[in-house]
Design a binder for this molecule. Sequence first.
Ligand code: NAD
Length: 483
Amino acid sequence: MEIILQNYIGGELLSPLEEAYIHGTNPATGETFALVPDSTAKDVDLAVESAQSAFPSWSETPAKERSKILHRIAELIETKYFDQLVEAETTDNGKPLHLSRNVDIPRAAANFHFFASAILHTHTEAFPNESTSLNYTLRQPIGVVGCISPWNLPLYLFTWKIAPALAAGCTVVGKPSEITPYTSFLLSKICMEAGLPAGVLNIVHGTGPKAGRAITSHPEIKAISFTGGTKTGAEISRIAAPMFKKLSLELGGKNPNIIFEDCNYDKMIETTLRSSFSNQGQICLCGSRIFVQEGIYDRFKKDFVKKTEQLKVGDPLAPTTDVGAVVSEAHLNKILNYIELAKEEGGTMLTGGNRIVLEGRCKNGYFVAPTIIEGLDQQCRTNQEEIFGPVVTLAPFKKEEEAIQMANATQYGLSATVWTQNLNVAHRVANKLQAGIVWINTWMLRDLRTYFGGMKQSGVGREGGFQALNFFTEAKNVTIDFT
Ligand code: NAD
């Protein structure tokens, strides 16, 4: 029996107006387990109306009150709903249960706690002119905003947008990915239970071309916060920019992982294993192009292949599983096509390169062997295009300048990792890398106060900390003449 998901509009759970649904599939089994509203512009219109009527009162609710409600949502995520959310995320996405339990769901709660606290610590600027005049800045919530998120970190990224928008006093029409909507459906129930006033958050489920487009093109939606693919980001800009909507775009990546000979080898190799294959390589921050200095190249290659082959690809529900299912059949085929392309482009498969068929419950699931490819030049499509799966390429380098040049040689600029014990090298390389986020001797060490976002075709704007609160507010200058 499938679970039937509903939209969350005006504080109620509603079926889509046209009663149309799409199938929600468990990627580990290939089975349909949910029916997901295939909402249209009519559902979005209803959600916008309800967000508009909730805006005056929510935007004037004291920050302290908004903060309390957001903390309550976080607490319900952490306690009563925790196990259900963990299981739902893994069922919907295919990620190992331990990732949902230790990363995705705790981070969703942290997003609410963080912005619930941050809103109590804001301040604005003042520009006094001796005894003649004073300017000061008001930061006012922008209105109804649209939040659109992808499937790879479903509740984690959806709440990363919603929490600052609500904290800032905006009302929201949100759309999670139609591929992984289950946890945001549960979030609707949590918000009702936490006492979030009706219409403050509205969640409309459905596809990008229908529900997503209706959000980006709605004249009453004042800002769009989007995370997803670069092509989709370009399409959203084409629609939203001429309407003068504020835009925050977090897009794709093809991140370099630069390993110098003097690195802390054990820490580097364990972390590189994670930065390559965690969440089946489906994290925008994964390091998919690995550059290794020539003195340790052969040693690294041997050890990295061995450790990769020890990763257990299996049922996401099994506690011993390291690598679960990729998110959908379409995505499985995309990854396998890129592997074929890499072979045509002259790449050598050091390990992996194939689909894995499991036995039992997961016999029809979408599993890919962690794959390491060597021998490709940096300009080929495999090294230029985002694959977003458990696939990495290896290349040697001699000198620092060469590594920087290769690292920067793509259209993307999201994140980069550098492994060295030499402080001078670390600072020089970090300074020259074209990436919004640089990790030195670590990966995915996140601090929610910091700037988060990409350069070049990896995005526009920055999320995180007060940046996100600024995005969802308008700055207004007030001048007083004392004379
Ligand atoms: P996607 O662009 O296909 O979809 C993302 C969201 O946009 C979904 O909710 C989708 O329904 C919606 N959408 C699709 N077309 C739309 C349209 N025309 N108008 C409005 N909405 C539309 O991306 P995806 O496949 O879900 O996610 C994977 C991508 O997300 C990768 O490229 C990855 O790098 C990127 N990503 C980036 C970050 C980051 O922080 N930079 C984080 C995670 C994922």
